[in-house]
Design a protein around this ligand. Structure first.
Ligand code: UDP
Length: 195
């Protein structure tokens, strides 16, 4: 698929619908995918930190999260079709999870937000298979417990709300050892879902 590189970050050239179709195909084909919904702040972090830029370059799918990124693509003469934001992509993937009966898990945010987000998603997507949530303020020992839980549950979707850049780094570090199809950082989405 076509990519448009902005300040070293390779963005997927796709509409939201096309992005969801591509991700669905990757899940059905059992391919591991780290999704980064990159806003201008994330792009700038990549400029400041070469290791983070490397992570962004290695992620399987990077989407333009914000009109600023879409505008930048127009300025360089390679226009991206539209904004593909994290919160919207989360819901679009949950629609697929509801259709196909995929398992999903949540890691991150405060205990209240994490639990609240789980309740909202369970209600909104009753045919998707909820397989647990953990808050984002965990110790090393608690982290091991989270990773063990993920290994037992083998969720198709893992949503991680630890804020950027921590969520992307956490996913990049652990995804290779985890039986998860798709992992995506979702920033403040659990706070919104639980609100
Ligand atoms: N968070 C967390 N653990 C941390 C730091 C942050 O779980 O150690 C959560 C925080 O509670 C919030 C989310 O990460 O729900 C970050 O939201 P924010 O809006 O700051 O992220 P952004 O959308 O700016 O990446």
């Amino acid at each position: 698929c076509k990519r448009v590189t902005i300040l070293g970050v390779p963005f997927l050239h796709a509409t939201k619908q096309e992005t969801v179709e591509l991700l669905t195909r990757r899940i059905v084909d059992n391919k591991k995918t780290q999704v980064v919904t990159a806003n201008p702040e994330i792009v700038m972090m990549g400029r400041q930190h070469p290791s983070y830029l490397n992570l962004l370059r290695r992620a399987e799918v990077v989407t333009p999260d914000g009109i600023g990124v879409v505008l930048a693509s127009r300025w360089i003469g390679e226009p991206l079709p539209e904004r593909v934001a994290g919160y919207e992509l989360l819901h679009a993937l949950m629609v697929q999870a509801d259709t196909y009966g995929w398992k999903y898990m949540l890691v991150g945010a405060s205990p209240e937000s994490s639990a609240g987000a789980a309740e909202t998603l369970k209600k909104q997507y009753p045919n998707a298979c909820y397989s647990g949530h953990f808050d984002g303020y965990f110790s090393k020992e608690e982290e091991k417990n989270i990773l063990d839980h993920i290994k037992r549950e083998r969720p198709h979707l893992l949503f991680v709300a630890l804020g950027a850049p921590r969520q992307e780094e956490w996913i990049a570090r652990h995804l290779p050892d985890l039986p998860v199809n798709l992992a995506m950082g979702v920033g403040g989405s659990f706070d919104v879902l639980s609100g």
